[in-house]
Design a protein around this ligand. Structure first.
Ligand code: FAD
Length: 507
């Protein structure tokens, strides 16, 4: 076996989830000569949050997620965030279509399928949905959206959701036919399996990055020295014997998901000072009745309860996992002090430091609604969860549904200007001033916009290369809408979507 001890690379990627897979793919396309090392503590690729069973698999394009279109102070619907997410998801699809068309990814159906995206509300929220629909229709990204408050139409769109419902209840829904379900685990593995075949790619599986420090190389340039503990070498008690590997590179990306925060702390990155993390785990109800699974087709997102974090918006979800149609409802929030599903119960306590203690405490104090919501969620019984499901599926039977544990999300807590600590639900790219290290915190909208997020990392850490004509030409070939945003251009927007849909088999 090739020894990597004391090896030097151009780039080290910590973690083998969708983010590192995307960054490695982009870097190898832009500069094929790069020597890239991927270090992953688990045995395979994409087994944490990126795995299909650990996330909802929604290709987030803001078609159905009501939390992306808040009502502004003036009462109008704010679509800015929705537009950004829709455009970013199109950029993701452009990269995937580029790889499929060239034969670098063998089958799009293994990781992306067309599944209609619907929003469904009742009573007072019907008016909000109509206003949202009217606001979104102004933009070509959403011009295919249809709205209905006619129970007969809704019965066709989502029979199980309508059956057994009080006929007096006011209901409304929107539908986007071109929504998608994405198996991000399958995509991560497909990207890495292809990268494995490229020259200059190195993989250290079952290695845990335990430390990293900034060093200066022989030419006076900044580099990062990483220590990877080999988890495969075991002593007679079956414990890792602590064999360590030393790795060095001038650029490091910490794509460690929930494991990013402790590594940023070890790296003593001042740009991450004051950041804390709060883990929220997810749980699904998974349907085990083939008849029920067959009768529903679509991702139906509702409105979140008061205090619920945005990623806990309830949804009834058709998924295609490993070629099999599935039906999930959730996520319900759970609480664990682990930062990764395969992490340690000491993750949260170990992350509290002097510089983030006040932001973390005040974030708790400033989010009492959320705290109340989480406490209520953690104490739910199976029957309580079925009751929540019956708001969407009135005839749901408890015996048709089982509980499954989803992935962990570590919500970012950062120092607020006036209020001590602010809980953030988005994704936060942290990078050092000299661009030698970048990391990703937070998890929403997550994997769907992984390409745009990794392009932001490149923009921050490789600004000269990104501006060069060589990289610009390659970027334009891969993701035309990134280099020349479609904006409000109806014809370009429709043409770009039609093209990727055709290549990815979504038409
Ligand atoms: C319940 C839930 C639902 C979600 N739903 C959606 C959705 O519908 N659509 C969507 O787009 N996104 C969704 N997301 C978000 C999405 O899953 C994440 O944004 C995405 O998977 C993050 O990818 P990643 O590569 O950053 O992290 P991960 O996939 O978690 O990968 C991180 C990797 O780093 C490794 N690692 C950690 N520490 C170390 C270390 N010290 N050394 C070596 N390796 C290390 C881990 O083992 C892991 O393999 C959801 C997330 C959750 C939890």
């Amino acid at each position: 076996m090739q020894s990597f001890d004391n090896a030097t690379f151009d780039v080290i990627l910590v973690g083998a989830g969708i983010m590192s897979a995307t960054l490695a793919t982009l870097l190898k396309e832009l500069q094929p000569s790069l020597r890239i090392c991927v270090v992953e503590r688990l045995r395979g690729y994409g087994l944490e949050s990126s795995d299909a069973w650990n996330n909802a698999g929604t290709g987030h394009s803001a078609f159905c997620e009501l939390n992306y279109t808040p009502t502004g102070a003036d009462g109008t619907i704010d679509v800015k965030k929705a537009l950004k997410i829709a455009n970013n998801f199109e950029i993701s699809k452009e990269l995937w279509a580029f790889l499929v068309e060239r034969g670098s990814l063998s089958s799009a159906a293994d990781f992306i399928r067309r599944v209609p995206h619907m929003s469904f509300v009742w009573d007072n929220n019907c008016e909000y949905l109509r206003d949202r629909f009217a606001a979104m229709l102004q933009h070509p990204q959403f011009s295919d959206m249809v709205f209905s408050n006619d129970p007969a139409t809704l019965m066709q769109w989502m029979p199980l959701v309508m059956r057994g419902r009080d006929p007096q209840q006011a209901v409304a829904a929107t539908r986007m036919e071109c929504g998608t379900d994405v198996n991000f685990g399958a995509l991560t593995r497909a990207l890495f399996h292809r990268l494995e075949r490229l020259r200059g790619m190195h993989f250290h599986m079952e290695h845990d990055i335990t430390d990293l420090e900034r060093v200066t190389d022989a030419h006076g340039h900044t580099a990062w020295h990483l220590i990877a503990r080999d988890l495969r070498d075991q002593n007679t008690d079956g414990e890792p014997d602590g064999h360590e590997v030393n790795l060095t590179a001038p650029f490091v990306f910490i794509g460690a998901g929930g494991g990013a925060l402790p590594l940023l702390d070890k790296a003593k990155v001042v740009e991450a000072d004051g950041y804390g993390g709060f883990p929220i785990s997810g749980q699904w109800l998974v349907c085990n009745n083939p008849r029920v699974i067959a009768e529903h087709h679509g991702k139906v997102y509702g409105k979140a309860s008061v205090g619920a974090p945005p990623m806990s918006v309830p949804h009834l979800d058709t998924r295609i996992i490993d070629g099999e149609k599935r039906l999930l409802f959730g996520p319900f929030a759970g609480f664990s002090t682990k930062f990764l599903k395969n992490g340690s119960y000491f993750d949260l306590p170990a992350s509290v430091e002097w510089d983030n203690m006040f932001p973390m405490l005040s974030a708790g104090w400033n989010n009492l609604e959320l705290t109340r919501y989480l406490v209520a969620q953690v104490t739910l019984s199976h029957e309580d969860r079925i009751e929540a499901l019956r708001e969407y599926l009135p005839e749901a039977r408890a015996e048709d549904w089982e509980l499954a544990i989803a992935g962990q999300r570590v919500q970012v807590i950062k120092r607020g200007r006036d209020v001590g600590g602010v809980l953030e639900f988005g994704t936060e790219v942290i990078s050092t001033k000299d661009g030698s290290l970048a990391a990703l915190l937070g998890a929403s909208p997550g994997a769907s916009t992984s390409v745009a997020i990794m392009l932001e990392v490149l923009q921050r850490c490789f600004p000269e290369e990104m501006a060069s004509s060589e990289w610009q030409t390659r970027l334009a070939a891969m993701m035309p809408s990134y280099v020349q945003p479609v904006g409000a251009d109806v014809a370009r927007c429709k043409a770009a979507r039609a093209r990727t849909s055709q290549i990815l088999g979504l038409a």
